[in-house]
Design a protein around this ligand. Structure first.
Ligand code: SAM
Ligand code: ZN
Ligand code: ZN
Ligand code: ZN
Length: 480
């Protein structure tokens, strides 16, 4: 691996840990190991049973002056050898090297472990043409980025801990300076953070931070081939994409006039009216003016309009300027918050993902529907039944941005509106924009009501989950 790349993946030092009680006996279990470039163990990952940091994490990489007792290492090695042997018996073909299709480090790493990663690396070295050059590097990186053990490994490690605590106590009791490395659980988070931030930055948007001070989960659970998409839709192959160049209309404004929206040709199909005159959806400060009734799509200026990118009618289409934190909540999985204060009316983000047909969405297993958002903002003004061939859903399970982590609240601080700027309302593929209902102080969780039409006493729909929004007017359930 060349120098600079190696530097990029170097584990950074963490602050010295405080080991408060010098007489205490320290119980531990080995839960993982790090391989060096030659596939040899360079150090072990240890979970402490009667010690944790203030953020709840309790995993370290001891070494140097506090080595792990030989007997504990021997027991761990025997256990791993038995597990790998068992895997080979159960699935002899598992030595085939899979080419990872995404940088989902956690899942790939789990996969590598479960199939005997050391053997794979050895085989890869013997047969260097089997995979692209960077695959071994990537495997090393992923193996470096040690994660929590699988459930089975965890159980085995605990068993081992019971048999090896006597040595563990004598050796680790003398460890007073404690670990000098970052917990492994931070490394997948850091990797995802870098990857997502790079993708967001490529769309001129600010970064994404991943934060967990609740437990040692190393990042949000994601499907194996999850792809972060900061902006825009990906179209499923069953969805016909229409060339819009001929149907989209632009305005000829040098500068669009907030007080005279009807002078903009692009607004001709807009149903956003005040006293029968077209109005824009925004204030002079670029904030949403909350004058958009439900079922009305906002039409922003588009690529055919002559106005510039700072036009008063280009708001939702602008890249995000503030850093978003995807963070672990205490009771609703991962959620989102902003590192900056947000003003009432500020457009916070746009849902992204894969466009599928409504039919496909309805046929999807219920457990996957949690990341689906139906696009049904547009109601035909003439009351003609909507074109059912062009009823779509956005699915952000495999492709999406930070908005896929927005949790539900029965008393939310954001609402959603539909907006178009690279399509027309009739085509059924508007964007869904999240806008702040009130001033939101930084680091406050951002939420929407997943079912705004449900009243406070609405009957709990089948399949819904218990709501943990904690608001005084909680309905008690979250629709899925
Ligand atoms: C779009 S995802 C939101 C991100 C999700 N929390 C995560 O960790 O990936 C929707 C799912 O989050 C959970 N969720 C969202 N809001 C919730 C709430 N108020 N109470 C309980 N669970 C909630 C539910 O499992 C729901 O199906
Ligand atoms: Zn205009
Ligand atoms: Zn304009
Ligand atoms: Zn609630």
């Amino acid at each position: 691996m060349p120098g600079p790349q190696k530097e990029l993946w170097r584990r950074s030092e963490s602050p010295t840990e405080v080991w408060d009680d010098t007489e205490k006996e320290w119980e531990f279990e080995i839960i993982g190991e790090e391989l060096d470039e030659d596939g040899k163990t360079s150090r072990y990952e240890v979970r402490w049973l009667n010690w944790s940091r203030s953020d709840g994490t309790n995993v370290t990489w001891p070494g140097g002056k506090d080595p792990i007792p030989e007997r504990a290492i021997k027991a761990w090695k025997q256990e791993q050898a038995a597990r790998i042997q068992q895997n080979l018996v159960d699935s002899p073909s598992s030595l085939a090297i899979k080419v990872p299709t995404s940088l989902d480090a956690h899942l790939i790493e789990t996969d590598l472990r479960s199939q005997g990663s050391e053997q794979k690396l050895a085989q890869r070295r013997r047969q260097p043409t089997l995979a692209p050059d960077n695959l071994v590097d990537r495997m090393h990186k992923l193996l470096d980025a040690k994660q929590q053990p699988t459930t089975q490994q965890h159980r085995q490690s605990r068993l081992q801990a019971r048999t090896s605590t006597s040595q563990a106590r004598s050796s680790t009791a003398s460890s007073r300076s404690g670990p000098s490395r970052q917990p492994a659980s931070q490394e997948r988070r850091i990797q995802l953070q870098k990857e997502w931030t790079a993708i967001a930055n490529a769309s001129n948007a600010a970064g994404i931070a991943l934060v967990n001070v609740i437990d040692d989960e190393d990042g949000p659970p994601l499907p194996f081939n999850f792809q972060y998409v900061e902006h825009g839709y990906i179209y499923h192959e069953d969805v016909e994409e229409i060339d819009l160049d001929d149907v989209m209309v632009g305005c000829n404004c040098y500068e669009c006039n907030l007080k005279e929206a009807s002078t903009c040709d692009c607004q001709a199909p807009s149903r956003l009216l005040h006293k029968d005159k077209n109005i824009f959806a925004y204030t002079p400060d670029g904030l949403f003016n909350f004058q958009v009734p439900s079922g009305i799509e906002v039409i922003e200026c588009n690529k055919k309009c002559d106005c510039t990118s700072d036009c008063v009618n280009r708001v939702a289409q602008r890249p995000r300027k503030f850093v978003i934190e995807v963070f672990k909540t205490s009771s609703a999985g991962w959620g989102v918050r902003s590192q900056s204060n947000i003003k009432r009316g500020q457009v916070v983000g746009i849902y992204s993902g894969l466009i599928i047909t409504r039919k496909q969405a309805e046929e999807m297993p219920q457990k996957h529907r949690g990341y689906c958002f139906d696009l049904d903002g547009y109601e035909d003004p003439d009351g003609i039944a909507p074109d059912t061939d062009r009823q779509f859903t956005v699915d952000s399970r495999q492709h999406g941005n930070w908005t896929r982590f927005i949790n539900h609240s029965c008393n939310p601080n954001m609402i959603v509106y539909s907006v178009v700027y690279d399509t027309i309302p009739e085509f059924g593929n508007p964007y869904l924009a999240f806008v702040a209902l009130q001033d939101i102080p930084h680091l406050t969780e951002l939420t929407v009501d997943y079912d705004p039409s449900a009243g406070n006493h609405a009957k709990r729909p089948p399949g819904s989950r218990k709501c943990h929004c904690g608001s005084e007017i909680c309905r008690g359930w979250v629709p899925v």
